[in-house]
Design a protein around this ligand. Structure first.
Ligand code: GLU
Length: 375
């Protein structure tokens, strides 16, 4: 399979852009012409009906000049609070650059700052997922970066490589494209070893492959191949194919050349179902009426109207069990509403939720994308 074919076959795509591509190392400013060519490529994908979002680094690289940090200082030698301040300064410049590039294509951009734990903790995960899906449905391009101000750990090497994979998993993307300074994985570091051979496809990300990765090169790049391979592991386990492609020239997506493709044997939807059912400890139980049982079995969501009884103590985003009136377990799913809210809206029409609660998080107690029927 060629990268062009893979892109053509994918409906939902996450594109990761690294600092070394976005930012001119010497001047600490955005490569605006390059970014414009990327935005044009993405606009074409959106025109073809695809949903696309971007995970971009570059905030620290852009903000550092405002704090007097020299481009020759290694990122790892800068104290964390200065990096966080640089990220806060640079994020605005970065957002402006993206919105200008997409504006020429009549597309709006949105800024989403996430912590890796937001993609894991279920409640934050569901909110972030819903936000991103809504933005994509409205043809707005989310520019996602790590929320560096509140990163409690060090801003670690290549965090955004992994964050991009987690985002791809969270939104059920078909494909993650890692635009990089290299055109893929080699059997050894090609800068060191002239016999290093390029690997076009990785179907099985085993120990031998993992051993091939080196650390990040000097300069603005922080991740290197190691974090790309960690990202590939997260992505392919979640049913997401991943491409490492060179972003060194303009129009790196429409003109994609040599790459490494990491194929996944799973589908995003079945990987997501596995993720949901892996939360074996349900925090509560919902008993539903016969009409709701039928709806569930025909693949529909669980609405409050069909709930007969709520028990347990659960929060929004927690896994709960769904049973019929005879106590037969039917499904497990992640709930939109917590125990108290579920008790209040039980038996009511979804159109009454806003009046009853004073707010509204959706029609469903469990949306079908968060529901797994028992075999
Ligand atoms: N969040 C950091 C930034 O915007 C980048 C982290 C990374 O490169 O992985 O500068």
């Amino acid at each position: 399979m060629t990268p062009h074919e893979l892109i053509k076959d994918s409906n939902r795509i996450v594109i990761k852009i690294g600092s070394a591509l976005l930012v001119n190392e010497q001047s600490g400013t955005v490569h605006q012409d390059w970014l414009q060519s990327v935005a044009n490529d993405i606009a074409t994908l959106i025109e073809q009906g695809k949903e696309v979002c971007i995970v971009s680094s570059g905030a620290i690289a852009l903000g550092r000049k405002d704090l007097g940090i020299k481009h020759t200082d290694r990122p790892s030698s800068i104290i964390l609070e200065k990096k966080q301040a640089a990220a806060a300064l640079g994020q605005i410049e970065m957002s402006k650059a993206y919105s200008a590039a997409f504006a020429t294509n009549q597309l709006k951009t949105a800024l989403v700052l996430l912590s890796p734990k937001d993609t894991e903790e279920r409640r934050a995960h569901l909110n972030a997922r819903a936000t991103l899906l809504t933005l994509m449905k409205n043809k707005s391009v989310a520019i996602i970066n790590e929320n560096d101000t509140v990163s409690t750990a060090e801003i670690r090497f290549g965090d955004n490589d992994r964050l991009a994979a987690r985002v791809a998993q969270m939104i059920g993307a078909d494909l993650l494209i890692q635009l990089s300074t290299t055109d893929g994985l080699y059997t050894a570091d090609p800068a060191q070893d002239k016999n290093a051979e390029h690997i076009p496809v990785v179907e099985n990300l085993n120990e031998d492959i993992l051993k091939m990765a080196g650390d990040a090169p000097a300069g603005l790049s922080t991740g290197g191949m190691k974090s790309k391979l960690e990202a590939a592991q997260i992505a392919t386990n979640a049913g997401v194919h991943m491409i490492i492609a060179s972003g060194k020239t303009n129009s790196p997506i429409s003109d994609i050349q040599r790459t490494t493709i990491f194929t996944s044997s799973d589908k995003p939807i079945s990987a997501r179902k596995k993720w949901i059912s892996s939360h074996v400890k349900a925090k509560g139980t919902i008993i539903i009426d016969d009409g709701a049982v039928k709806a569930l079995q025909s693949g529909k969501s669980l609405l409050p109207a069909g709930i007969v009884k709520v028990s347990g103590d659960f929060d929004s985003g927690d896994p709960i069990e769904v049973m019929d009136k005879n106590g037969q377990k039917l499904a497990i799913g992640l709930t939109t509403y917590n125990t108290n809210e579920a008790r209040l809206i039980l038996g009511h029409k979804s159109t009454d939720i806003a009046d009853i609660l004073g707010y509204y998080r959706g029609d469903e107690l469990i949306h079908r994308s968060n529901l797994v029927l028992q075999a």
